[in-house]
Write a new protein. Structure first.
Length: 182
């Protein structure tokens, strides 16, 4: 059964290797793994979806918390949390299927990120279930190519995740880093 674990880790070389090493040494399969730095460039947030029995969750959390670069490991499987996934889908189209593909994409809230005479590049973001349904809907139009991001999740319980460092508006250090537009 899939279990969702959120990790706050030091952004240092080898941290990810140690995390995946603990899981692979025990024969636990990683279903998805997403990692990105937080607002503090010295830390990263990782979301791991691991295929294990629910009884092993607490063991995984304890083992993650023992790792040198892990600051916090939290089980989000049954927690009040929001999880999202993104899929990029490339699909060929014909004159007959173009309208149907676009209508179906609109139903799922997918965006057209590329369009040619031969087909579309579509982006769908949502719950893992919604993304899976979208992919199934696109398969009805023919052969597709899919790349998925893996799950990202955040606890909505205020005390569940360590929010470090707190972000303050107008901090003495200057303006926060500007991120590129998507």
């Amino acid at each position: 059964m899939l279990q969702v674990i959120s990790l706050l880790v030091e952004n240092k070389p080898g941290a990810l290797m140690r995390i995946t090493g603990v899981l692979s040494a025990r024969g636990w399969n990683i279903d998805s793994l997403t990692v990105a730095r937080t607002l503090d460039h010295m830390q990263s947030r990782a979301t791991i979806v691991v295929d294990i029995d629910p009884e092993l969750r607490s063991q995984v959390i304890k083992q993650m918390n023992k790792l040198i670069n892990v600051l916090q490991a939290v089980d989000l499987t049954d927690a009040f949390a929001v999880s999202r996934e993104m899929a990029l889908v490339r699909i060929r189209s014909t004159a007959e299927t173009r309208t149907g593909i676009l209508k179906e994409a609109e139903i799922y809230g997918a965006r057209v990120v590329d369009a040619t005479q031969d087909g579309f590049g579509l982006e769908c973001t949502g719950s893992p279930e919604k993304v899976e349904e979208f992919i199934d809907a696109m398969r009805a139009f023919g052969e597709i190519d899919v790349t998925r991001s893996g799950i990202v999740a955040v606890s909505m319980e205020s005390r569940k995740l360590r929010l470090s460092p707190p972000v303050q508006a107008g901090a003495a250090a200057g303006k926060p880093e500007q991120l590129p537009n998507c």
